[in-house]
Design a protein around this ligand. Structure first.
Ligand code: FCB
Length: 474
């Protein structure tokens, strides 16, 4: 990698060795959904179901990364990325969710990681970024306990085959979305809307995480590092009215502590159990030994952060907008807290309608540091804007630069306050398939012309590249 002499002095340096990355996920970029023996995942089924995604968009072709990965890695190297977070497609590696690994699936990820390593880019693999093999959903999906065991089995196959070249592994990406958007509000695959199933899914995702940590430790070399990526909600009460404080407590329970307490404290919190006791029989759901399994120690905690979550009681929300930023559905993704009202933190919005507020990132990082003491990674952070190429094909995205700069500043603030933040993965390297929003929402620092698959780095890519080469903000 060529390191150019910085043209601008660094005013806020990030620590030496800080990992400068970008993130993607398999279904959002790969395409080639029927190649190499891959079978459908719940996202193939969901996106092909009329009415589920904007415009009927699917990941069939996505940005064709499966065929263009060498060019994409070259792009990363040109930008100066030191690390890249991507996900392994379960239905590529273990097509039906059971049985032996597919050679073609493993070969693809071997080639990708070799390409990254040959450019000096450290690969970080996420095992599950939402693409459950459809056969496992047909057998009951995440509300069904066996799915956790299937996940551990797939994890072992992936780790045995790729553990020699991938040293940092993330088990789950945003299990909150898998459980509560997938089985609660139904705006994500598989599109089911049963609050009890959402809670069962959450427990089995936790169990799958713990079992996968065990499988990874057994298969990986000793120096490997294991993480999980959680979209922890930076929950803020609208006022200090006791009812608003109670609303914030409930959202913190079912939005955050439903994962962090079993994973890091080996328990489900009493208030969560009470809030949801009318929906599930926790004493039957959680078997003896589950919590010990789920709380196996990990090495790094990954935070995905986009915006804060401001809540009030329904009563105090009268005449105020209700907006939780997770897509429209008559079904709530918040079991036991269905009457909580959501508010925009401010009116400075991205194209997703998500308020821009970097203090939620610094607050969450410092709180996580204080509470769990683990080294932290920001495994996702970024923004969608209406990027339009100009007459010469260049894409100027000053709003994204402003977003990224303020959020990297928030990371620097958290580090200054004592949080041990080891790296930052910008979401996303490329414009891609944004789940139920389809291709209409662009998060990339590299523009993709979906008709020609041409990649054009936006001005934010050039800016990020300067930040990386400088080792901090100007
Ligand atoms: C996160 C997802 C990621 C991407 C961003 C915008 O919730 O993990 O795949 O869609 O949001």
């Amino acid at each position: 990698m060529t390191v150019t002499t910085p043209s601008v002095p660094v005013h806020r340096a990030l620590p030496a060795g800080f990992a400068w990355g970008a993130a993607t996920a398999a279904y959002q970029i790969e395409g080639a959904v029927t190649e190499g023996g891959r079978t459908p995942s719940i996202w193939d089924t969901f996106s092909h179901t009329p009415g589920r995604t904007e415009n009927g968009d699917t990941g069939d072709t996505a940005v064709d990364h499966y065929h263009r990965f060498r060019d994409d890695v070259r792009l990363m190297a040109d930008l100066g990325l030191t690390t890249y977070r991507f996900s392994l497609a379960w239905p590529r590696i273990q097509p039906t969710g059971r049985g032996p690994a597919s050679q073609a699936g493993l070969d693809f990820y071997r080639a990708l990681t070799d390409e990254l390593l040959s450019h000096g880019i450290t690969p970080v693999a996420t095992l599950y970024h939402w693409d459950l093999p459809q056969e496992l959903e047909d057998a009951g999906g995440w509300p069904h306990r066996d799915t956790a065991h299937r996940f551990a089995e797939y994890t072992a196959l992936a780790a045995e085959a790729l553990g020699d070249r991938i040293s940092t592994w993330t088990t789950l990406n945003e299990p909150w979305c898998s459980a509560f958007l997938g089985y609660g509000s139904g705006v994500h695959a598989p599109g089911r809307t049963d609050p009890a199933d959402a809670l069962k899914a959450a427990h089995h995702l936790n169990l799958g995480h713990g079992l996968a940590v065990g499988a990874l430790r057994a298969a990986l070399p000793g120096a490997s590092r294991i993480a999980v990526s959680l979209n922890l909600h930076a929950v803020r009460p609208l006022s200090d009215h006791p009812d608003d404080l109670a609303a914030a407590r409930r959202i913190d329970a079912v939005g955050n502590r439903v994962f962090t307490s079993p994973m890091f404290k080996g328990r489900y919190d009493e208030d969560l159990l009470k809030d949801t006791a009318h929906l599930v029989r926790w004493e039957e759901l959680v078997h003896d030994g589950d919590l010990a399994e789920i709380s196996r120690p990990i090495d790094l905690l990954g935070l995905n952060y986009y915006n804060p979550t401001v809540v009030s009681s329904a009563e105090n929300a009268r005449n105020l907008a209700r907006h939780d930023g997770h897509g429209d559905s008559p079904h709530s993704p918040w079991p036991g807290a269905e009457d909580v009202a959501f508010h925009r933190a401010n009116d400075d919005l991205t194209a997703m309608g998500w308020p821009i507020d970097p203090t939620g990132l610094s607050d969450t990082l410092t709180a996580l540091h204080r509470e769990f003491g683990l080294p932290l990674l920001v495994t996702e952070n970024g923004a969608a804007f209406e990027d339009v190429p100009d007459a010469d094909g260049a894409v100027h995205d000053p709003e994204r630069i402003r977003y990224l700069e303020s959020h990297l500043g928030a990371v620097a603030d958290a580090i200054e306050a004592g949080a041990d933040v080891r790296g930052y993965y910008l979401w996303s390297l490329l414009d891609n398939f944004e789940w139920a929003y389809g291709y209409g929402k662009r998060f990339g620092i590299v523009h993709v012309d979906y008709a020609t698959q041409q990649r054009t780095p936006k001005s934010s890519a050039h800016w990020y590249s300067q930040v990386i080469r400088r080792g901090g903000l100007a």
